[in-house]
Write a protein that binds this ligand. Structure first.
Ligand code: NAD
Length: 253
């Protein structure tokens, strides 16, 4: 299959978990993919895996996406290397647990800057390249969370950041529609990735996660990545400003 043939894609937080699986699917489906993250070794490993899987075009760019100057560097790299951009997946994110009374302002800022400010910075810098390109299909997919829909105790900073991503997506969709850029978000429920691996070591916690989902199991990052790729593809050509919940039926339970 080559759904993304002749497409250039950028995936942030591509060194592990959902970002890694999304980058792999995009590359194996024909896209030239730029893997973005802070740790070069992780990105190089993902790039090597992709190249081992078959013919693919993959690039590594090291950047902290909450830093405006580093995002500007990424934009220059994309512009100089490809001259155009078709798909952007704003996946990089971080989590944390703290009750409001134990939460300090620095930790609040870390979560908001990583999860929300980065989406704004990258969408602005790379959205400009998308707008300047020749006419054609373009899409941005932001990774939000079930927590952006459903409040959770001990994660006020995380859940509010993801609610902001869902709503920022709608604003971006309105502003970018006339430029032919669709913007959607995907909200994972609970998927087995490095972000959740510590929690899943606790069997009682894992059982609680399973009980909370209608499908009765933890999700896999590939199952989130396939929905991200759908939203990025032309199969979703009439969808913009939407949030796709991929939570195994947690919210309805
Ligand atoms: P993960 O920790 O494997 O992936 C996050 C990636 O983002 C990591 O590779 C990390 O290094 C990178 N990253 C973090 N801050 C960055 C920064 N400032 N600049 C560049 N890269 C940065 O976890 P994951 O579960 O794959 O998370 C991917 C996304 O999915 C996140 O936005 C997360 O909030 C969201 N999400 C995950 C789950 C889940 O259950 N795993 C549920 C809901 C939402």
């Amino acid at each position: 299959m080559s759904r993304f043939k002749d497409r250039v894609a950028v995936v942030t937080g591509a060194g592990s978990g959902i970002g890694e699986q999304t980058a792999k699917k995009l590359a194996l489906d024909g896209a030239a993919v730029v893997l973005v993250g802070r740790t070069k070794e992780k990105l190089d490993r993902v790039a090597a895996d992709i190249l081992e899987g078959g013919e693919a075009e993959v690039f590594v760019f090291q950047a902290d996406v909450k830093e405006e100057s580093q995002v500007a560097g990424l934009a220059s790299f994309v512009k100089e290397t490809f001259g155009d951009l078709h798909i952007l997946v704003n996946n990089a994110g971080t989590s944390g647990n703290a009750a409001i009374m134990d939460l300090d302002a620095d930790e609040w800022d870390r979560i908001q800057e990583t999860n929300v400010k980065s989406v704004f910075l990258v969408s602005k810098a790379l959205g400009k390249i998308m707008m300047e390109g020749p006419e054609g299909a373009r899409a941005i997919v932001n990774v939000a969370s079930l927590s952006g829909h459903k409040a959770g105790a001990q994660i006020p900073h995380y859940s509010s950041s993801k609610a902001a991503v869902i709503h920022f997506t709608r604003s971006l969709a309105l502003e970018f529609a006339e430029k032919g850029i669709r913007v959607n978000s995907v909200s994972p429920g609970f998927a087995e990735t490095p972000m959740t691996s510590e929690g899943l070591k606790n069997k009682r916690f894992e059982e609680a996660v399973k009980r909370n989902t209608a499908l009765g199991r933890v999700g896999q990052p590939e199952e989130i990545a396939s929905v991200i790729c759908f939203a990025a593809s032309e199969e979703a050509s009439y969808m913009t400003g939407s949030d796709l919940l991929v939570d195994g039926g947690w919210l309805i339970r």
